[in-house]
Design a protein around this ligand. Sequence first.
Ligand SMILES: Cc1cc2nc3c(=O)[nH]c(=O)nc-3n(C[C@H](O)[C@H](O)[C@H](O)COP(=O)(O)OP(=O)(O)OC[C@H]3O[C@@H](n4cnc5c(N)ncnc54)[C@H](O)[C@@H]3O)c2cc1C
Length: 531
Amino acid sequence: MRQISKIYFTFKGETFNNLINQKNFKLFSRVTQKNLSFGYLCNNKKMKDSINIVWLKRDLRTTDHLPLYEAENKQQNYIIIYLFEPNQINYDDYSLRHKQFIYHSIIEMNKLLKKYNREVMIFNESADVVFDYLTSKYDVTNVISYQESGTKNSWLRDKKIKLLLKKNKTKWLEFEKQAVIRGSKDRNGWDKYWYSYANSEIINNNYSINDYLYEKTPFDFSIKKNKELEKYPSQFQPAGEKYALKYLDSFISSRGKNYNIHISQPEKSRYSCGRLSTYLSWGNISVKQVYQKVKNSSNYKLNKRAFNSFLARLKWRSHFIQKFEVDCSYEYTCINRGYEKMEFKNNDYLLESWKSGNTGFPLVDASMKCLINNGWLNFRMRAMLVSFLCHYLNQDWKRGVYHLAQLFLDYEPGIHYTQFQMQAGVTGINSIRVYNPIKQSKENDTNGVFIKKWIPELSKINHKIVHEPWILTDIDLNGNVIPHIYKKPIISTDFKNSSVRKKLWSLRKDSFVKEESIRILNIHVRRKTSK
Ligand SMILES: Cc1cc2nc3c(=O)[nH]c(=O)nc-3n(C[C@H](O)[C@H](O)[C@H](O)COP(=O)(O)OP(=O)(O)OC[C@H]3O[C@@H](n4cnc5c(N)ncnc54)[C@H](O)[C@@H]3O)c2cc1C
């Protein structure tokens, strides 16, 4: 308990108590009305106030939120924080669009929390500096958060924070997220575990009205200095839980009925796919909320096939993140370490042409341009981009992995690195899929609608030719010069054979690759028990 040392009041900023020595006293509570404020001051040397801290990461929502629920249950004052940690958000995998989405998700949260006199406090500092400061200011009983299945960068940060909090006798309560198990050694029983999570009761978050006034901190994120975050480009999916629910509802009520039919088509999938990945990745909605709303909807029976495919993918989400949780070195090392010996003809010109969508292959370029513009692409086109980079341009997957991470608004480390490697063909356990961009174009963008949308130079070309404009002859063009129609392809258009594919397959016979494959299967794949 703290002893009240002085009661004071101020009028128009002037304090009417000249006996107070500012050094020894600390403002404890204050109520301000117009020009008049009054409060009481406490001796600095007295005990610090006890609080809990809810530390938000990729869980930017107010519903179905276990850490916030626990904080409420503890009957103790608590603050909610989000950290824009410079060494995390300025790392190679992050980009401005991610920061903008995070920032606007928090704004949406704060709109909802306002009526409880609560807000998410944003800090623009590294976690150790922030927790050092908060634990010096307050008696922090618990830090409450979800576990983060992040990159090595985030694991190293967590290690540091664990030590710091332990030294301070603060407990860190970390909750499991979306059935991703920490310390898991294999996948036995995991499928069942995931379903029990997905069907478990949704947390009903209630909030008490906060009457505790917290001091402003020196690390408050300065909005004025971050105009680029305030602005939210309209071509991106809008941030926040309200929009997550809107997308989910429209998927259930109408968009989802053709989910399976359109899933591989770059244009139609924009409408028929769930489009929830960004909301799930930053936690504007939980996997469980999505699962139950789809499963319990009246449209489920009508669209059973489509909705079941969608729900299966929700499970894939946790499945891939579980892999990364077990080993975050997949960010920079081949899942099958035997593939580290694979050699590529790395070439900066080819890489840069791919990055900017200037390869001369219409579907590849349209996909990259679309991604640069709005941050979302369907699965098949993502896979094709990776395949084109690795199997046809002969580039190491590591040279392209951060570029796509920065562009995907839904960037989720656990899915991104594992999927990227799977498409590159370096896991040793999956079939090596090589996506011929011309075949993909003819099959999935038959009328060239997607290509024409992103490559205006091709908008007037007949859809039969738009997939491979280089086949136009002078006669077809009525005298126009061929190179003026579209860029010359940067590599041969003969896609019959990929030398990289051959090398990837032949490495499967390597004894270390084989050994690694067994190791990977034992960790990441459910083993059937023998009769
Ligand atoms: C190279 C590559 C990188 C990828 N990186 C990411 C990433 O950073 N973040 C991300 O969320 N997805 C990633 N994916 C997976 C997939 O492409 C996207 O999840 C999907 O396109 C998102 O669109 P949607 O929400 O409409 O998905 P829907 O088709 O509606 O699926 C529903 C949900 O299931 C999950 N899901 C769907 N497909 C997959 C999949 N193949 N693997 C794992 N989970 C899946 C997503 O959470 C998705 O929101 C990547 C795929 C590839 C090939």
